[in-house]
Design a protein around this ligand. Structure first.
Ligand code: F6R
Length: 607
């Protein structure tokens, strides 16, 4: 999603902003731009496409000035052209913006009727015009901001630069994230602490509805009604050293290989490595009082939630549903008193998940945030937080955050099951030991990465691919299909293996690879029947299983992948790795951009 940066420095702003925008590239974008104030006037450079195109423009036509704003745009209103690229300028005001101004059409009509001329089809430009009109009426930029903020509806963050004001930035946020950075005689603002990491780690997070006045000497924050407030300064957990690909070709490859560590760290956030006992964060700490768990999430995080539903039912003995946040947010769901909602999100900023969290609260649920970014909005709005310890994830396709979410959920299920007496001490210990063994098994799978190359070549050439799984392997089939389609653009579907005969079986012929996720667990025999149905129709089977599964079914597979033996309950965490590797290696084979696939954004802050 769009990346925002603003700089008030003692050094030239353009290189600092380009550097910060590069660190925001992971969010996904399709055009970019910068504006500075130099000699009292606004100057702007923009380009369609990636930052390399903007860099070329800057080399031809450098941008002076020590105060500026910059942006990477993920198109919503209007195509990714230079005209629609941010910053947008009206008179003496330049604006960069993330999110959507919902009432932009009405505001635009009002401004046009009053004589304004628009350069772009974006919703952003109305903000620049509204502010410029107020300043033209003789009020200060700060007063203009106080007047304009109440007129805007929607979920957004924006930063404003004003001609003639070399020591001023105005910033505002409603639902979309924005972090202010404090420097020594400098001030910064960015979409997240990652963008600002090399500039400063002293961060002030704006609350929902806040707006701020930044000067080199300091920052003032106001609530939506114009009341000045103090927001606490924090030291960011993100350091510049954490942001790099190391020796890997892509962030995604690095993040796949980060998983043994990410899983181990997350595990120890829930399970005490000394005693093996698991602890429960609020509002799950009253384990016996939890009437139902409702998991709210989007995309890959939703698939972690779908997996967790099995664990919550079978290990914790608690009624549990996993809900797509984008659907749940507007539902009048009937939920019991004493219910707990768990909002799951790598970024902690997905707008659908945030809105679903708010809906769950309005329906009387207490909310736990399961997020990877401690300072995120979802973490701050929840009643309790459990952090996945995956470290910053930059690849647009989520990998290590997913297995960290699975790990945290299984740890929670064990702790809940033990606290509620649904499982006895011996069973809890068996599960904890199984979970403790996962990082090592994941490392073993990663060591055999080469094993997946011939299969990935096959997938890269396919038109359609099916992924099948039952029970705990069903969400992994869904996740495998999502990974493949988003980074290779090969059409893929994940299905509950038992559903295949109710429709998708019609798709199967010798051109369709069918990836069957089948550890030898309680569902294995039934999945074996579904594999036989695929083979009977000439489908090409890729079987992901363990030694016992290979013994039983290996001969029927065109490609056989044997994974280490693990307890059935932890298998989803392990089997996530081969489906990630297959998608990644297929993308490398096809030459698509695994880190920044077309049309996708890392943190989806629009509806
Ligand atoms: C897929 C992917 C997305 C995210 C989804 C939710 O690889 O990354 O489907 O899982 O956009 O994002 P978070 O977890 O940040 O709320």
């Amino acid at each position: 999603m769009c990346g925002i940066v603003g700089v008030l420095s003692a050094q030239p702003a353009a290189p600092l902003m380009m550097d910060a925008l590069r660190r925001l590239e992971y969010r996904g974008y399709d055009s970019a731009g910068l504006a500075t104030v130099t000699g009292g006037t606004l100057a702007r450079r923009r380009a369609a496409g990636k930052l390399a195109a903007l860099q070329e423009v800057l080399e031809r036509d450098p941008l002076a000035g020590m105060s500026g704003i910059g942006h990477t745009r993920w198109a919503t209103h209007g195509p990714p052209t230079v005209e629609n690229a941010h910053p947008h300028v009206a008179g003496r005001v330049a604006v960069v913006h993330n999110g959507i101004i919902e009432n932009h059409a009405a505001l635009r009509a009002e401004l046009v009727a009053a004589g304004a001329t628009f350069e772009s089809t974006t919703d952003t430009e109305v903000v620049a015009h509204l502010l410029d009109r107020e300043i033209a009426d003789g009020v200060s930029p700060e007063q203009a901001m106080a007047r304009v903020m109440p007129r805007l509806t929607g979920a957004f963050a924006f930063v404003v630069l004003v001609a003639g004001q070399e020591d001023l930035l105005l910033a505002a946020r409603r639902a979309s994230p924005l972090a202010i950075g404090l420097g020594d005689g400098a001030a910064f603002v960015g979409s997240d602490a990652v963008a600002l990491a090399p500039l400063t780690r002293r961060i002030v997070y704006l609350e929902d509805g806040d707006w701020a006045v930044l000067r080199r000497s300091g920052v003032q924050v106001f609530t939506g009604d114009g009341t000045q407030v103090i927001r606490r300064e924090q030291v960011s957990t993100v350091s510049a050293a954490m942001i790099g690909k190391g020796n890997y070709r892509h962030f995604m490859e690095k993040e796949i290989h980060d998983q043994p560590e990410a899983i181990a760290h997350t595990l120890h956030a829930v399970i005490d490595p000394g005693t093996g006992s698991a602890t429960l964060p609020p509002p799950l700490d009253d384990a016996l009082g939890v009437a139902k768990i409702t998991i709210l999430a989007a995309g890959t995080s939703f698939y972690a939630g779908l997996t967790a539903r099995y664990w919550m039912e079978s290990i914790a003995g608690i009624a549990c549903e996993a809900e797509l946040a984008s659907e749940f947010r507007d539902r009048r769901a009937v939920l019991p008193a004493g219910g707990v909602a768990i909002a799951v999100s790598q970024s902690g900023e997905s707008l659908d998940t945030l809105m679903a969290l708010r809906n769950a609260k309005s329906l009387g649920q207490r909310v736990l945030a399961l997020v990877n970014v401690p300072e995120s909005t979802i973490a701050r709005e929840a009643d309790g937080v459990l952090l996945t310890r995956a470290g910053p994830e930059f690849g647009v396709a989520s990998t290590k955050a997913f297995t960290a979410q699975l790990t945290a959920f299984l740890g929670l299920a064990i702790a809940l099951g033990a606290a509620r007496g649904h499982i006895d001490e011996g069973e809890a210990l068996r599960l904890v030991i199984a979970l403790e063994g996962v990082p090592g098994r994941v490392a073993t799978v990663l060591e055999a990465e080469e094993r997946y190359l011939p299969i990935a070549r096959d997938l890269a050439r396919a038109r359609d691919v099916l992924y099948l799984g039952r029970g705990l392997s069903y969400p992994i089939a869904l996740e495998g299909a999502l990974k493949l389609k988003e980074i290779t653009y090969v059409h893929a579907e994940g299905y509950a293996a038992g559903e295949m005969k109710h429709g998708p079986i019609a798709l199967i012929d010798e051109h369709v690879p069918v990836i069957i996720v089948a550890p030898s667990d309680g569902w294995f025999d039934k999945t074996a029947s579904n594999m036989a149905e695929v083979r009977a129709r000439g489908g090409r089977v890729v079987l992901l299983t363990d030694a016992a599964g290979a013994e039983a079914l290996g001969e029927g597979a065109d490609h056989l992948v044997i994974l280490p033996d693990v307890a059935a309950e932890v298998a989803p965490i392990l089997y996530a790795i081969p489906v990630q590797l297959l998608a990644y290696l297929a993308a490398v084979e096809k030459g698509t951009d695994a880190d920044q696939p077309r049309n996708l954004a890392k943190s989806v802050t629009v509806e």
